[in-house]
Design a protein around this ligand. Structure first.
Ligand code: PMP
Length: 418
């Protein structure tokens, strides 16, 4: 612990793990608990462990020397601007470039409706902050992105999961859930969805269902929050058309450069209907005054001077090879009764174990066999998901993926026989 972080501690608690402030936190802080993924990182990052757990993009594939030159050039040429405060809405030129990126998914937007945020994670936080009172309902796929569930919990939202299958969110299930919740007097604030290359589900909402989901939400007057960090990382064909492309009033779209460039810049964005955009800017101001001008300009400079579409293509090829390595070894090695999704893009496979097995109970044995995954329960707000696990193929090289799946299959094989 450094001197700075030790300020304010009383001698009685110094060095102790007991929280002397436990009865003084705001009620919302009780919902802030470490995710299962966070706790896992310590073990999974040991070199002998093949981690199929984390979702880290493979930034080593970037031309790092070029990025380095670009950053130093930025300071040399535009230092007084790049190192200054900026506007809470984000750099205007970057917001124009973001609109160009979104055009690849059929979105026609004005830079004026974009707010640049500290990753799309901050956009999630801001949108939750401006919409959620304690007890309000957020609809989300089951399973859903663990970071979003953490944010919803921090604002004391009640998350109600909507079932998914291999074609994504099931529209009938959405409609029925809305009906039942409304009949029970619940206040539904928005549907949070990851339609394309779902984290952790590895599935994509098909075209017909996209229109159905838009129609259901429009009829019910429910805002859609479309989280789309993986949309450009499809392995076949052109990018899917975003939900936002077909409804500009009822959808807040969240995007990110974390997977198409690098998460270390922490540049993401929200594209929102005008009134919501105003609130987001105010929330942004109160949270951080303004985003880092430096990283926004660095991303802007990268987009302006580098072949970024080619880089995305290179990432797609790299991740496709890893996805293939994972799917073919699952196919070859997993015992009967284990099933998994076949992602057309993104980073994740969602695997399901035979009835009666519990992935969290299996994890310590898997780690002992030097392989890690994320148990399914972390992706549900209601403790379900025990039979499932998320396997990520974004970071380990293909041979390591094959070795990791081999170790995992061995552990599951033993469990099945017990
Ligand atoms: N949404 C989803 C579905 C994600 O998987 C992630 C990152 N893992 C994020 C949002 C947040 O990403 P970032 O803040 O880096 O843009």
């Amino acid at each position: 612990m450094t001197e700075e972080t030790d300020h304010g501690r009383t001698p009685a608690t110094q060095g102790s793990r007991i929280d002397a402030y436990v009865d003084r936190y705001a009620a919302r802080a009780t919902g802030m608990v470490a995710s299962e993924i966070r706790a896992l990182f310590a073990v999974a990052s040991r070199p002998e462990v093949v981690s199929l757990a984390g979702g880290m993009p493979y930034v080593t594939a970037l031309p790092l020397d070029v990025v380095g030159e670009l950053v130093s050039d930025l300071v040399a040429r535009r230092g007084p601007v790049a190192l200054q405060y900026g506007s809470a809405q984000g750099d205007p030129h970057l917001r124009e470039q973001i609109c160009e990126v979104m055009r690849m998914e059929g979105i026609d937007a004005s830079p004026d409706d974009v707010v640049a945020t500290v990753g799309s994670q901050q956009a999630l936080d801001l949108i939750t902050r401006i919409f959620i009172d304690p007890g309000d309902v957020v609809l989300a796929e089951g399973p859903s992105y663990v970071g979003a569930l953490g944010t919803f919990a921090a604002y004391q939202a009640k998350v109600v999961h909507i079932a998914m299958d291999d074609q994504g969110l099931i529209p009938e299930s959405l409609a029925q859930t809305i009906y039942a919740l409304r009949a029970a007097g619940s206040r539904i604030k928005f549907l949070y969805t990851i339609p394309t290359f779902h984290n952790p589900g590895g599935v994509t909402l098909n075209v017909a269902r996209r229109q159905q989901v838009l129609d259901i939400c429009q009829r019910a007057g429910i805002l859609i929050v479309e989280d789309n960090p993986y949309g450009l990382l499809g392995f076949d064909g052109d990018p899917m058309r975003a939900l936002r492309a077909d409804n500009s009033d009822g959808v807040v779209y969240l995007g990110s450069f974390s997977k198409t460039l690098a998460p270390g810049f922490r540049v993401g964005w929200a594209l929102a209907p005008h009134a919501i955009r105003d609130k987001l800017v105010l929330a942004m101001e109160s949270a951080v005054l303004s985003h880092s001008t430096f990283t926004q300009l660095a991303v802007g400079q990268y987009l302006a001077t580098q072949p970024w579409r080619e880089q995305i293509k290179a990432f797609r090829e790299l991740y496709r090879e890893r996805r293939d390595a994972m799917l073919s070894s699952l196919e070859a090695l997993m015992p009967p009764g284990v099933t998994w999704t076949r992602p057309g893009g993104g980073f994740f496979v969602w695997a399901s174990l035979p009835e009666g097995l519990d992935s969290k109970a299996i994890l310590p044995r898997a780690v002992a066999e030097r392989v890690a995954f994320v148990p399914g329960t972390g992706f549900f707000s209601d403790g379900s998901g025990a039979r499932h696990m998320r396997l990520s193929f974004c970071f380990p090289e293909p041979d390591r993926i094959r070795e990791g799946v081999r170790r995992l299959a061995g552990v599951i094989e033993q469990e099945v026989q017990l």
